[in-house]
Design a protein around this ligand. Structure first.
Ligand SMILES: [Zn+2]
Length: 101
């Protein structure tokens, strides 16, 4: 698991955090600010395109949305299917079979 350096723009605290590449930035341990800026101090092991930009919270929140969708949609779909039947759900709400894009 890689180590990342972060700088908090709120309290000016610098810290290191270890987490997976696809996980969002951790909150600042000092002031709990949720979006510290990632500081690139060494060449990343993985080339350019796949990396998120330092401090770019949008990628993290998109992943959170995808997680939320993946978690909530099957539950909602099941609830509707129990009530209305599979066929009706497929006909009326085909998007519930999609994954979040
Ligand atoms: Zn802070």
């Amino acid at each position: 698991m890689p180590t990342y350096d972060y700088h908090c723009p709120v309290c000016d605290h610098r810290f290191e955090a270890r987490h997976g590449m696809t996980e969002p930035a951790p909150a600042c341990p000092q002031c709990r600010h949720a979006l510290p800026k990632r500081v690139i101090t060494r060449a990343p092991a993985i080339a350019g395109g796949m990396m998120t930009h330092p401090g770019d919270g949008r990628n993290a929140s998109k992943e959170q949305l995808q997680d939320k969708w993946a978690e909530e949609t099957p539950k909602l779909r099941k609830k509707l299917a129990d009530k209305l039947g599979e066929d009706t759900v497929n006909r009326l709400a085909p998007t519930l079979n999609n994954t979040y894009e």
